[in-house]
Design a protein around this ligand. Structure first.
Ligand SMILES: *[C@@H]1O[C@H](CO)[C@@H](O)[C@H](O)[C@H]1NC(C)=O
Ligand SMILES: *[C@@H]1O[C@H](CO)[C@@H](O)[C@H](O)[C@H]1NC(C)=O
Ligand SMILES: *[C@@H]1O[C@H](CO)[C@@H](O)[C@H](O)[C@H]1NC(C)=O
Ligand SMILES: *[C@@H]1O[C@H](CO)[C@@H](O)[C@H](O)[C@H]1NC(C)=O
Ligand SMILES: *[C@@H]1O[C@H](CO)[C@@H](O)[C@H](O)[C@H]1NC(C)=O
Length: 480
């Protein structure tokens, strides 16, 4: 050791003398060589994924030094280089793609300091070459593995191995858009250091296990786009650190959980496209950090009036379309100063529209189409001009706009002008309007082309969603 330090000093002195980058590079690899076994294990593991044509020792004689391999990171442990991160698949332009006959070689599990292992678009031929997660072998990496990701691997099938329960150092487990099936393993609750659990876009079935409630460090829980059924487990209310909860596009049912009120740091709650019922609960407006609340396409029922919406001061996106709401639109929605997207389409809302909605300072999209709103739209011409097709009020047969007040270009799409040139309608003339030709006309337009603007609105919404997700991932999990 003394020799090594002394020689270290010596090379440092030489370095200073010659001031050469080349010289320093040489000194580095002298100081920290790579264990031969580690090096051959790395070559063989990668070859198993990219194919036998790939000759690591030839192409990358010093993989942790001056011939780095795209997707491989190293660190010095006890004076030797070890591989700490391995990322397989076409992530960058110059990274290696996977072979059709991709395999997990034994040598992968000999990389004893591997902290991060990720596969992107690697197991891709579901028809011919199907592969399962080698749970028992991954267990060998339990002492070091902190991040495990399989993204976009349709050829990766089978269940989540129960042996995942041993990977207790994991902070991030991402199994996104693969062909995985079966129930979520109960012992996932053993992974108590997880701060990100993403199992979205597979074909998981069964209930969400109560054991997820043990994952007290979780910041992101995304189980969306599976076939999960049953209720939201009460234990979810115990995940008080949670920032993002996405259970959308499953077959979950039952009342919205009262316990979600404990999720005071939650910024995103997405439950769209499930079978939740029983109306909106008070717990919804008690999650004071919420920025995005998406409950669309659930048979929820109930009304908007009973909740104090103004307590969600951070709300940016509120999507309650197609949830069977009845009753009026409350003025308390007009207290949401940061709201950009308000979707209330496809409900059974009635009554007059609060004209204060137009003064929401951040509002960029307002969809009210497909309800039974009545009376005269009292927004300014400027408002319609600003919103354009992102103001949706069509398919409200008893709604009209005061024609005298605006030019034809700014008139709200699919809404008919009030009879009498802008004066308020008498209640008994509304029914007449509802039977008119204009009404049929607007139905025709709405169904033939107009709904596509609704889709544009949604696209925008998805974009924002994705951006926020990316931001969150970078902020709270960070590159490991
Ligand atoms: C890689 O190439 C070297 C010589 O260039 C050869 O000795 C070695 O057997 C090759 N390894 C593999 C795995 O093909
Ligand atoms: C959970 O992790 C512990 C190690 O911390 C292990 O002993 C136990 O067997 C694991 N349980 C399951 C169900 O995997
Ligand atoms: C919620 O966020 C605040 C501020 O970021 C933080 O101090 C607090 O610890 C978080 N609460 C939980 C339960 O993680
Ligand atoms: C609205 O209510 C009517 C009558 O109660 C019902 O027939 C209709 O299906 C409802 N529409 C929606 C979208 O819930
Ligand atoms: C819409 O509301 C009017 C009363 O304002 C009512 O007569 C009509 O049946 C309602 N239409 C639907 C589809 O619920």
């Amino acid at each position: 050791m003394g020799m090594l330090i002394r020689s270290n000093h010596f090379t440092l002195a030489v370095c200073i003398l010659c001031l050469g980058v080349w010289c320093c590079g040489q000194a580095d690899s002298e100081v920290a060589p790579m264990e031969k076994a580690e090096q051959t294990a790395l070559y063989s593991a990668i070859q198993g994924f990219v194919g036998n044509w790939w000759n690591g020792s030839d192409l990358y004689p010093d993989p942790c030094g001056w011939t780095p391999i795209q997707g491989v990171s190293c660190d010095i442990v006890g004076g030797l280089w070890y591989v700490t991160a391995l990322s397989i698949g076409p992530v960058h332009d110059n990274s290696l793609g996977c072979a059709p006959n991709v395999e997990f070689r034994q040598q992968l599990f000999q990389l004893k300091h591997l902290k991060s292992l990720s596969f992107f678009n690697c197991f891709i031929s579901p028809g011919r070459h199907r592969i399962t997660i080698p749970g028992g072998k991954l267990e060998k990496l339990a002492g070091s593995l902190e991040l495990l990701e399989f993204r976009a691997n349709p050829g990766l099938i089978g269940q989540v191995p129960t042996s995942f329960g041993y990977l207790t150092r994991l902070q991030s487990l991402v199994l996104l858009e693969n062909g995985l099936t079966g129930e979520l393993p109960i012992n996932i609750g053993n992974l108590s250091n997880l701060n990100r659990l993403v199992l979205a876009g597979n074909r998981f079935t069964g209930q969400i296990p109560d054991s997820v409630g043990s994952l007290k460090e979780l910041l992101i829980l995304d189980l969306s786009r599976n076939s999960l059924s049953g209720h939201m487990p009460f234990a979810l209310g115990g995940l008080t650190s949670l920032l993002k909860l996405d259970l959308s596009n499953n077959q979950l049912k039952g009342k919205l959980l009262g316990e979600i009120a404990y999720l005071k740091n939650l910024t995103l709650l997405d439950l769209r496209n499930n079978r939740f019922s029983g109306g909106l609960t008070q717990s919804i407006v008690e999650m004071h950090s919420l920025e995005e609340l998406v409950l669309s396409s659930n048979p929820l029922g109930g009304d908007l009036m009973s909740l104090e919406w103004q307590s969600l001061q951070n709300l940016v996106i509120l999507d309650l379309s197609n949830v069977g709401l009845t009753g009026d639109i409350p003025e308390s929605l007009c207290g949401l100063k940061r709201l950009r997207f308000l979707g209330l389409s496809g409900n059974n809302l009635t009554g007059d529209l609060p004209s204060k909605l137009a003064s929401l300072p951040s509002l960029r999209a307002l969809y009210l189409n497909g309800n039974n709103l009545t009376g005269v739209l009292k927004f300014s011409e400027e408002f319609y001009g600003k919103m354009g097709r992102r103001f949706g009020a069509w398919n409200n047969p008893n709604l009209c706009y005061p024609v005298g007040l605006m030019t034809a270009t700014n008139a709200p799409y699919g809404v008919k002008p009030c009879q009498g040139g802008g004066t308020l309608l008498e209640p008994n003339s509304r029914a007449k309007l509802g039977d008119g030709n204009l009404n049929q006309n607007s139905h025709f337009i709405a169904s033939s082309g107009f709904s596509s603007y609704g889709i544009h609105g949604l696209c925008w919404f998805f974009l924002v969603d994705t951006l926020i997700t990316v931001l969150l991932l970078n902020l709270f999990v960070g590159p490991i």
